[in-house]
Design a protein around this ligand. Structure first.
Ligand SMILES: Nc1ncnc2c1ncn2[C@@H]1O[C@H](COP(=O)(O)OP(=O)(O)O)[C@@H](O)[C@H]1O
Ligand SMILES: CSC[C@H]1O[C@H](OP(=O)(O)O)[C@H](O)[C@@H]1O
Length: 401
């Protein structure tokens, strides 16, 4: 099966059979296409007689959410499989294992994580995950430190930057996060009930200045190898395990973009509580869990990143007193700005979030959308003044009052 074409469920079985050492020869295999994301096909292949299973993820030559009118490079499958392998080398328990990558079919063969749940769904069900903060804080500290100029040979890093030039996927982000939400673009899906608040975003030139500065960082600051799309739909979770999936947007960019993606999606769920709690006390309880998680993620990230720096950095000039504190403060500030940008795009941009959109009560949904927009825009406005993660939590709490 050499020439590229999108696989059918039965062709996915034929391909799985051709893989060495995974399934018994001639045993029965079952195949289901389970992709629910915006871009790719995902086949679940199982062998009922042994209980073994794998995932085949295949890139389509266009964006599935829009259709063939939006062509998209198949090279993103290479980016995704290489990023997963680098992440596994740095955080073995926190990503799925990649068994194989088939460039001709733009196909990645990986560990089946069906015993986990997509975190966005888990949060909508109002599950709490006490180990998540430690797991994702560690993932962020290790992947961002060891792929940056602080944690790897600076010449090898430049080679890495070359392999992860990801122009088409970055362009999606540049348009959908840093441009469309700030104008009346045909790509937006503006909820009619909040058109007044969205129009205010389109007219706010002070906000646009901050977005322009953040976009410039996204375009030019090749600080570390990012996951590039680290929302709660890209995280599989169960009480004792966290696995990050779907790094096809990986590229060298500013660290705060990945950290901000995690915080934005926790805060979108925070806003969505308007439509999910049975009463005010339970809403408040879940919101405290979410803001506590933001605090714990940042504290884990910062502590582990500083430890790695102190233990492993061989760079003389990076040891200059004051430099580490300056660096961490800049990462925090970027995190505020990117958290805000990633919230705003999910309220009235092309691709939105189930946390808010699945709210049945229209008045509650509108309150959630307005809240998300208010928190997101305040974080963008404030980003260059931020000095502590507590300020982010305060913005969220104040917006509810
Ligand atoms: N390793 C995996 N194990 C089990 N299910 C998976 C795995 N990877 C993806 N999936 C399923 O496929 C869906 C889409 O995968 P994702 O990588 O997010 O695709 P896309 O890039 O199209 O967004 C996930 O929400 C999940 O349900
Ligand atoms: C036209 S792509 C829109 C949106 O979808 C991606 O998410 P995912 O692959 O997880 O579904 C990414 O967030 C893009 O911005």
């Amino acid at each position: 099966m050499s020439a590229y074409h999108p696989l059918t469920e039965s062709e996915a079985i034929d391909y799985a059979r051709s893989l060495p050492d995974l399934f018994q020869p001639d045993s029965e295999l079952a195949s289901r296409e389970i992709g629910d994301g915006n871009l790719n096909l995902v086949f679940h292949i199982s062998e009922p007689s042994t209980g073994k299973s794998i995932i085949l993820k295949q890139a389509l030559p266009y964006a599935k959410v829009v259709g063939e009118s939006w062509p998209l490079t198949l090279d993103r499958a290479r980016i995704e499989s290489e990023a997963l392998m680098i992440q596994e080398s740095l955080c073995p328990d926190l990503v799925p294992h990649v068994y194989a990558y088939e460039p001709d079919l733009a196909l990645t063969v990986m560990q089946d994580l069906s015993d986990h749940i997509i975190m966005r769904k888990g949060l909508i069900e109002r599950n709490k995950y006490p180990l998540f903060a430690e797991h994702i804080g560690t993932f962020l500290a290790r992947t961002l430190f060891y792929t940056s100029d602080l944690g790897m040979n600076q010449q090898e890093k430049k080679e890495r930057v070359k392999r992860f030039i990801n122009p088409e996927l970055c362009k999606i982000t540049e348009d959908l996060i840093f441009d469309d939400p700030y104008m009346d673009s045909p790509n937006n899906n503006v909820p009619p009930a909040i058109r007044d608040a969205v129009a205010a975003v389109w007219q706010d030139t002070g906000l646009h200045l901050e977005v322009a500065i953040l976009r410039e960082k996204f375009l030019t600051h090749a600080q570390a190898l990012l996951h590039g799309d680290l929302h709660t739909g890209s995280i599989f979770i169960k009480p004792d395990s966290t696995k990050v999936i779907d790094p096809e947007f990986a590229y060298y960019g500013p660290m705060g973009f990945d950290i901000g993606a995690v915080f934005a999606n926790l805060l979108l769920n925070f806003a969505a509580q308007e439509g999910w709690g049975e009463d005010e006390a339970s809403r408040q309880d879940f919101r405290s869990y979410l803001t506590g998680t933001i605090r714990d993620v940042w504290e884990t990230f910062e502590r582990e990143f500083r430890e790695l720096w102190n233990r492993h950095s061989t760079d003389r000039i990076a040891k200059t007193p004051g430099y580490q504190d300056w660096y961490m403060r800049e990462v925090l500030r970027d995190t505020f700005g990117f958290t805000g940008s990633k919230m705003v795009r999910r309220v009235h941009g092309l691709a939105q979030v189930a946390d808010i959109n699945q709210i049945q009560d229209e008045a509650a949904k509108e309150r959630a959308q307005r809240l998300a927009l208010a928190i997101g825009t305040s974080l963008i406005q404030f980003n260059r003044q931020a000095s502590s993660i507590e300020e982010m939590i305060e913005f969220a709490k104040k917006a509810v009052k």
